[in-house]
Every structure is written in C-alpha cells, then in structure tokens.
Design a binder for this molecule. Structure first.
Ligand SMILES: [Zn+2]
Ligand SMILES: [Zn+2]
Length: 272
C-alpha cells in the first residue's frame, strides 16, 4: 500500500511562502493498492493529483474510487479542476459519500453553476457513478471499508480501509468531547497501521476560541492514537494560519508523548 498526500490544509488553501514545506492545498489523500486507486477527499490537492494521473495514464483509461468525507469547501473544491473528469467516457470514477445533507451530483452541479463557474457539468465527459455511504462495513474490491460518523457541523464520515497490506484510517474534521463520536474515532483507529487525524488547532487555540467549530488538536490526536493502539499518527488538516515553523513545533512537542508521529506534507508518501 502506498499512501500519498496531495493536500493537507484545512478550511481554505493557504499557499504562502512560509507554508510551502507542508503545503497550501486542502484535503486530498491517495491510496494505491497494486493497480487500484482510492482517493480520500477532493480539496484543492485533488487538482494536482488529477494532473499527475493524466501524465501517468497518458491517454489510457483510468478508474478510481473517490471517498468524500463531507461537503465543506476544503473537501470538494478541487472537483471542477480535476482534469481526468473532462477526458471522456473511458475514464471512470466511483464517488462514495453520504446523502444525508446533499449528494455529490448536487454538490458538483451547484459549485459549477452560474455565477460561480464558467464551465458546466455537461463538459465533464468521464463516467461517474455515485454510491451512498452510511455507517457500516462494506466490501470494495478485496478490501473492507468501515465508515463511522465523526463530530463535525453537518457531519463528516471517517474511513477505515482494511487490506492485506495493512489498515489505513482517514479521520479528519472531528471535534473531541462527545462520548459517542470519541468512541467512534477510537473504534475506527483500532490497531491501524496509519492513522490520519485532524490536528487543525493548537490545544490553547481550541480551548480559547474554537470550541464547536468541529476540529481537534495534537494533544487529542495523541490520546486517540494511544487509546486505539494505532501504530503511526499523521497530523492532518493544518490550520491555514499555521506556518511551517508552527507545525514543526507541534511535531516536536507531540514526539515527547508518542514516537511515531509526523505532520502530513504535500508530496509525502508512506509505504506499508
Ligand atoms: Zn475540513
Ligand atoms: Zn469540515
């Protein structure tokens, strides 16, 4: 299994020079298992991934599963800029998300509607299939995908991918402090090889003025990884106001509590 980070920021893109080591694009993570492609979230990093896939496939048809945790801007904004969606019906994408608040069809249509965007949905020629997800376990290819709801305004799905090569968990946009959701995230992360977890705020920022905004911080991330027995923690969904130096500081401090922690950075790869 190869995990690659294409967008690691939360809330809004933040491409200033002082952020460039970790990166300015919003949520998008690619997982490759053999030839199969699994993509988690379609933030602005999804555009960069699209260009990369287009070069790699070089006109040959491509297929990927795309899991969308929820429909906040930072998780969908790359969709209209994902080049392989325009390339013709030989490209096929299976989109998976919950229909609880809206559907991906509607989300795509609405964000490409006038007066927000110059190109209509009709220009997307690739074949798109849509699947509704709720909490539970399903089989995709020879993998098991487990989904659970996280604590976030309008909801957010966390994902656990169980494969022969290891267990990958993507749990972003989650606020601690609710017994049900705290249990959900620990259950998802149980024994995982890699846990990607929301660490948007500094603990002191969270306490002072970010309660109820639906995000977590590195101290909680450490608690989740230790209580769930996950093996490696990747801090994710960095705040747009946190520059490289700030994130370096967080990683350094977090390592005093748990050795195998790092911060997600654009272009970073993890191989299991
Ligand atoms: Zn987000
Ligand atoms: Zn969100």
């Amino acid at each position: 299994m190869r995990i690659k980070f294409w967008g690691v920021r939360g809330s809004t893109p933040a491409p200033q020079p002082e952020n460039m080591r970790y990166g300015g694009n919003t949520s998008c993570v690619e997982v490759r298992i053999g030839e199969k492609i699994y993509i988690f979230d379609c933030g602005t990093g999804f555009r960069v991934l699209g260009n990369h896939l287009r070069r790699e496939f070089n006109g040959k048809p491509m297929f990927a599963h795309v899991f969308v945790s929820h429909f906040h801007w930072d998780h969908i904004q790359g969709m209209p800029f994902f080049a392989p969606l325009y390339d013709g019906p030989d490209n096929r994408f299976a989109f998976h998300s919950s229909n609880r608040t809206s559907t991906i069809q509607r989300v795509m249509q609405e964000q490409m509607a006038p007066p927000y965007f110059p190109v209509g949905l009709r220009d997307m020629k690739a074949r798109r299939d849509f699947y509704n997800l709720d909490e539970g376990r399903i089989q995709i290819d020879d993998l098991t995908l487990e989904t659970k709801w996280l604590n976030h305004p309008q909801g957010c799905l966390g994902f656990r991918l169980e494969t022969k090569e290891g267990i990958f968990v993507y749990a972003t946009d989650n606020e601690p402090g609710s017994p049900v959701f705290d249990a959900n995230v620990r259950k998802l992360a149980e024994g995982a090889d890699v846990l990607i977890y929301d660490a948007q705020y500094l603990p002191e920022e969270y306490e002072a003025r970010r309660r109820g905004w639906g995000h977590s911080h590195w101290r909680e991330a450490i608690k989740v990884v230790m209580e769930s027995g996950a093996k490696e923690l990747v801090l994710y969904h960095h705040d747009p106001e946190h520059d490289d130096a700030c994130i370096d500081g967080v990683v350094q401090e977090a390592r005093n509590h748990f050795a195998r922690v790092r911060a997600a950075a654009e272009g970073m790869e993890i191989v299991l």
